[in-house]
Design a protein around this ligand. Structure first.
Ligand SMILES: C[S@@+](CC[C@H](N)C(=O)[O-])C[C@H]1O[C@@H](n2cnc3c(N)ncnc32)[C@H](O)[C@@H]1O
Length: 277
């Protein structure tokens, strides 16, 4: 299992350089997720959580990869429907493929704003995006949506009077019940113009083993809350669900045959896409 987690190679010209905002002694959700994905932008403290999680939930990172794959199928779908601007909240560290690359392959003028609470995302993405005038990255907290909508890099760059692709992918499960996740998602939906789409995925309690992984994440990272299918479906209230609705991610508009029964990795996250009429 260890051979899958080979991080620690901070991507920078000088391998010893760490941006001042990066604390390698404290785990970061973005870097733990990177470790689950088999990326290299993580530290020992992050890998310890991913390894403990994989012990309890031996999907070898498949859930994270399924989530990423569904994210891209969704962005491709929205771009093909004519969506040319995206707000990707809780975007995570850029990896092999990203929202902007998927959208801009279809529409080179598509605009994307990445939002993440972790400043590591900004410092990491800055270099990658230096030459991409249609893509921006900001550090902000999804619990403060107005600060995002009125951020100087967002206002005037995204036009909220036109349809938008709102991405809340694998981020709402980092909100506790006491933080009002439904109300917060409602705020994002209320800012979407008719014709917009919202893609949302969420850690799902459909398999009992997911509770073990949830236990590891809550204990070691303080966040990562599994919710049941009914709770996940409720996040889409007021939107028309794009076929096939809210499902386990391998079943959302797959590009090929889906192997059944679904593996643990396939069961651990559910989600879908809603269309605002
Ligand atoms: C599991 S990763 C998902 C990344 C990407 N959306 C994906 O699905 O591949 C969750 C990301 O959400 C970010 N995050 C967690 N809480 C957040 C908050 N309150 N506001 C903004 N971002 C947050 C984390 O820093 C992390 O990068």
């Amino acid at each position: 299992m260890n051979e899958e987690l080979q991080g620690g190679n901070w991507t920078h010209q000088d391998p010893d350089y760490l941006p001042p905002e990066v604390d390698a002694s404290k785990p970061s959700i973005a870097r733990v997720y990177d470790a689950f994905l088999g990326g290299k932008d993580n530290f020992a403290v992050d890998r310890a959580i991913a390894l403990e999680g994989m012990k309890r939930f031996p999907d070898r990172g498949e859930g994270a990869r399924q989530n990423r794959a569904m994210l891209f199928r969704g962005v491709k779908y929205m771009t093909e429907q004519g969506i040319d601007q995206f707000l990707d909240v809780g975007s995570g560290l850029p990896t092999m493929d990203n929202t902007h690359s998927v959208a801009q392959r279809i529409n080179p003028d598509a605009r994307v704003v990445y939002v993440d609470i972790d400043p590591i995302v900004l410092s990491h993405a800055r270099a990658i995006l230096q030459t991409n005038e249609h893509t921006r990255v900001i550090t902000a907290d999804m619990r403060e949506p107005e600060a995002i909508f009125h951020h100087p890099k967002v206002e005037g760059f995204l036009d909220f009077s036109r349809p938008i692709g709102m991405l809340l992918v694998a981020v709402v499960h980092h909100l506790g019940d006491d933080e009002g996740p439904e109300e917060l998602v409602n705020v994002y939906k209320s800012r979407m113009a008719p014709g917009s789409y919202m893609q949302l995925t969420h850690f799902c309690s459909c398999a009992p083993e997911v509770r073990d992984l949830e236990g590891v994440l809550l204990a070691m990272l303080g966040t990562g809350r599994a919710r049941d299918m009914k709770e996940i479906v409720r996040f889409f209230d007021g939107l028309e669900l794009v076929e096939p609705g809210v499902v386990h991610l391998p079943e959302w508009r797959p590009e090929g045959p889906v192997k059944k029964p679904l593996s643990l990795g396939g069961l651990c996250i559910a989600g879908g896409m809603g269309h605002k009429r």
